[in-house]
Design a protein around this ligand. Structure first.
Ligand code: ATP
Length: 476
């Protein structure tokens, strides 16, 4: 064993041999380094190092991105549903990263609502696609009162270009579907007015229903049946190639319930109401824009049509166009034929479930063209308060059901008078005790009867024919 160790030690190189080998290796490597520096300049070296690094380590180049813009600027005719859907959708996506958030509490809501504030971004994911949303401020806001999207912002969506189809078809469709479901679930009826060139909604909380509207019961039933038939006839309208719309004329003195009936119809069908103020319409073009901005499943109300001289008679159309002074420029500039043609024509291709209601206190002054079937499918007369209507009002206001000992006298008085439901409703609100109020109603009606008789006498002595029953005093 000792001998083998001695043998191994003998075979190891000596220290001087090792030092000589090291000296020769360092000299050679210095020589190589100098030659390398001569051949490869420093800039070339750093270029090669960069290339090497980027090949093995650097991230892939960032992919090309596309941007969709959702705004309300590019079509004057209709509102952009996607804008509303995006707003609702993003309010559910706001997270801790969003530092600026809009908050608000609106009358129809129980809780505080939140919405994205200008400049904020939201990161979303759909089917493995990363989508970045940004709410951008509307630069034109406030500059132009007539701007349709005044007060509106617009959204930008950024995503990888290769996903464009999926975002367009799948993602945006998904957002619209969600919005549709949400709005059906939470639908509160809206009343639209048009203070400038765009429709503005507010919540419609008119309590009148067909149960509470006071009118002839048979007529009430006919209207409900007509509405039911109308909404159920989609296929019929399609088959015969007619616009799915229906026109109603409500006529009668002020305070007989024309507006109340419109509210009852809206509540019955769950349709929004659009109030078209003809005096606010400045031209044919403006009228077209207004009508095209009305959504399906809606009731368009043109109130007091007799007060709008421009639509009262076709024969006046020409006269109006010749009076071109400054004042005239401020009054409605469209003609009756435009109004009728717009409703008939414009809606025929795109309208579904549209109801148009004209109201008037003076049916007799309306142009017959407006009244023909097809334009006014149903004419409804709202009249003075008669016994049947009185029972509905007494039940609404006092909770009096069935008969009451004072009803025979009240019935008799009402039959001989022209008192509006509005005037009766005023009386019914004077107290909560039914018996007390009904006694007061009897007094009120007796006074009206006495007034009427006095007027009759006066007329007789003045040489009149004695019929003063329809005076405004009596009807209001
Ligand atoms: N037929 C009715 N049924 C129930 N309430 C009625 C009726 N008519 C009038 N009223 C009461 O009178 C108020 C005024 O009625 P409404 O505005 O509906 O009448 P109108 O015929 O539209 O009047 P105007 O022609 O002046 O617009 C209503 O808010 C309601 O309280």
């Amino acid at each position: 064993m000792a001998a083998s160790i001695l043998e191994a030690v003998k075979q190891m190189p000596s220290t001087s041999t090792l030092l000589t080998a090291y000296a020769s290796f360092s000299t050679t490597s210095m020589l190589f380094r100098n030659v390398y520096r001569e051949i490869v300049p420093e800039r070339l070296e750093s270029y090669l190092v960069d290339k090497f690094n980027s090949f093995f380590y650097s991230p892939k180049p960032s992919p090309e991105r596309d941007t969709f813009i959702i705004d309300d600027d590019w079509d004057d005719l209709d509102r952009n549903d996607l804008l509303f859907a995006a707003r609702a959708y993003l309010s559910t996506k706001i997270g801790p990263k969003n530092k600026r958030i809009r908050v608000g509490k609106f009358p129809h809501q129980k809780k505080v609502s939140i919405a994205l504030a200008e400049g904020e971004t939201v990161l979303d994911e759909f089917d493995g696609i990363e989508i970045i949303w940004k709410l951008a401020p509307d630069e034109e806001e406030g500059e132009d009162d007539n701007n349709n999207c005044d007060g509106m912002n617009y959204f930008e969506i950024h995503f990888e270009k290769r996903h464009r189809e999926k975002v367009l078809e799948g993602y945006l469709g998904h957002i619209l579907d969600l919005y549709d479901k949400l709005s059906h679930k939470e639908k509160s009826l809206k009343l639209y007015t048009r203070p400038n060139t765009s429709w503005r909604p507010m919540d419609l909380r008119h309590p009148t229903t067909f149960d509470t509207v006071a009118m002839d019961l048979e007529m009430k039933q006919r209207i409900m049946d007509d509405l039911d038939r109308f909404v159920a006839r989609k296929e019929f309208y399609k088959r015969v190639g007619k616009a799915w719309k229906r026109g109603y004329l409500l006529y009668g003195p002020p305070g007989t319930g024309k507006s109340s009936l419109v509210a009852a119809m809206a509540n019955y069908l769950n349709f929004d109401i659009y109030v078209l103020e003809l005096c606010e319409i400045s031209s044919d073009y403006d009228l077209r824009m207004a009508l095209m901005g009305i959504d399906n499943k809606s009731i368009t109300v043109v109130e007091d049509i007799d007060c709008n001289s421009e639509v009262r008679s076709r024969s006046k159309d020409k006269d109006n166009s010749s009076d071109d002074d400054d004042d005239d420029r401020r009054s409605p500039r469209f003609t009756l034929s435009t109004l009728l043609n717009c409703i008939d024509g414009l809606w025929s291709s795109r309208a579904e479930e549209r109801i148009v209601v004209f109201t008037t206190n003076h049916k007799e002054v309306l142009d017959p063209a407006l009244l023909r079937p097809g334009r006014m499918d149903m004419q409804i007369h709202l009249s003075f308060c008669k016994p049947q209507a009185f029972r509905t009002l007494a039940s609404n206001y006092l909770g009096v059901k069935g008969e009451h000992p004072l009803y025979p006298e009240i019935d008799e008085l009402l039959e001989g008078l022209e008192v509006t439901p509005a005037a009766v409703a005023e009386e019914l609100m004077r107290d909560e005790d039914g018996d007390v109020v009904l006694k007061q109603v009897v007094e009120f009606l007796r006074a009206k009867k006495a007034e009427k008789e006095t007027r009759k006498e006066d007329n007789k002595s003045d040489g009149g024919d004695g019929d003063g029953s329809a005076s405004s005093d009596v009807s209001n």
